[in-house]
Design a protein around this ligand. Structure first.
Ligand SMILES: [Zn+2]
Length: 405
């Protein structure tokens, strides 16, 4: 085999190895070169070479440390050098945009939240790029070398092309967000759906940390999910959002805005849940909900206080969601199922309903070992963007760009 004819293949191996070494130093540092070689299953000479490049690029640094079980002289270990590189994480969410400058330890250095500009004056893309410029100017004093930009947002997104096909509440059609930001700043740009990026954030920093197989469902104004399978975000190079909100629950149900009937979202989104409670309210004269305006907060509060209508309404969401999750359990066999939702305020009603339905409707050998839990972050902010950057360092993709300078 002539390896010279396969430069792409060799670059890929170099990238993967660099990513593995970086991840091991992040997770196990301080770590010696010998231990790195053992854990990465790479020859000591390869480790020496990769580490030298990372030292030169200020991505790792050496430190003295006492090796576990050793009483001798301190050894030289490697830890990450996270101060020298910054990145910008942007989140578009509920009519606002948040810009966070972080270093490679994901630490927040500066953050601004501004209203998402309305489109009447100029196109959203133009306004966004202006705001990115303005953010960098405002925080010029704090800036170190910039590595990348990560953007998370709702809507219909292609992560591979960085194109936002649709953005709820805006007239966006096929907005080339990734390319436009990259052209303006010269930086690599990562674009991902908010829920998919949140799923990654929980697996790197939150409730599903270290798990190889995870399903995370978000129940809010919309219902969607992210899946991590074999340690990788499912479809991370395409449309990573798992559209469980548009899986049919009831063929005779309400028409959904997607065109189909009886989608999960028509019975489990916060809006449909409140509509259902309002509809049932006249039949329950004793309900605590008569005493106050019907909001999500009052519904959760009434459920906590034992109100039957509130508890039944939230439990019905749990059963519907549980049905779809049960099917997903049989497909993905996850260790963790996480729920991210304002309904977690009534977790003692929601979680048993979800859990019982999963137990009744999926393979016992799979469902018995699942840990069902709320997400660690009730509001992920720009941690989704932070997760995209960390993931791109661990895969080696972004790391190789930094090593090349
Ligand atoms: Zn639908």
């Amino acid at each position: 085999m002539n390896l010279d004819s396969q430069p792409g293949h060799i670059d890929q191996i170099k990238q993967t190895n660099a990513g593995v070494v970086y991840r091991l130093i992040d997770q196990h540092g301080p770590i010696s070169r010998i231990e790195l070689s053992r854990r990465a299953q790479l020859a000591p000479a390869s480790i020496t070479k990769i580490v030298r490049e990372m030292l030169d690029a200020h991505l790792v640094q050496e430190t003295e440390f006492q090796e576990p079980g050793s009483r001798g002289r301190p050894a030289i270990g490697l830890i990450l050098d996270t101060d020298a590189w910054h990145y910008l994480a942007i989140r578009l969410h509920r009519g606002a945009m948040t810009f966070t400058l972080r270093d490679l330890s994901s630490r927040e250095l500066a953050e601004d939240t501004l209203p998402l500009p309305d489109e009447s004056a100029r196109p959203l893309l133009t306004a966004l790029i202006e705001q990115v410029d303005a953010f960098f100017i405002r925080h010029q004093q704090k800036l170190e070398r910039l590595t990348a930009i990560a953007v998370t947002l709702p809507g219909l997104i292609n992560a591979a092309s960085g194109v936002v096909h649709r953005l709820p509440g805006y007239q966006v059609r096929d907005m080339p967000l990734g390319d436009a930001l990259a052209a303006r700043t010269g930086l690599p740009v990562f674009v991902q759906h908010d829920i998919s990026a949140w799923t990654l954030a929980e697996s790197l920093f939150g409730a599903s940390r270290g798990a190889e197989d995870v399903i995370q469902i978000v129940i809010d104004e919309t219902v969607g999910a992210g899946v991590i399978s074999g340690g990788q975000l499912l479809h991370k190079r395409g449309r990573a959002l798992v559209e469980i909100g548009h899986t049919q629950i009831d063929p005779y149900g309400q028409q959904c805005y997607c065109g189909n009937h009886g989608c999960l979202e028509t019975v489990a989104s916060i809006g449909s849940l409140l509509a259902l409670a309002a509809q049932r309210l006249p039949t329950q004269p004793d309900s605590l909900l008569h005493q106050q305006p019907l909001t999500l907060a009052s519904l959760c509060e009434a459920a906590q206080a034992g109100d039957r209508l509130a508890r039944d309404t939230i439990a019905s969401v749990g059963h519907h969601v549980g049905r779809i999750l049960a099917m997903m359990v049989n497909i993905f066999n996850p260790q963790h199922i996480l729920i991210g939702s304002p309904l977690n305020a009534a977790a003692d009603v929601l979680f048993p309903a979800v859990s019982n339905t999963i137990l009744q409707q999926s393979l016992p050998a799979y469902s018995a070992v699942i840990q069902l839990a709320p997400t660690a972050f009730s509001e992920p902010g720009t941690l989704g963007g932070a997760a995209l950057i960390k993931d791109a360092l661990y895969s080696g993709y972004l790391l190789v760009k930094l090593l090349q300078g």
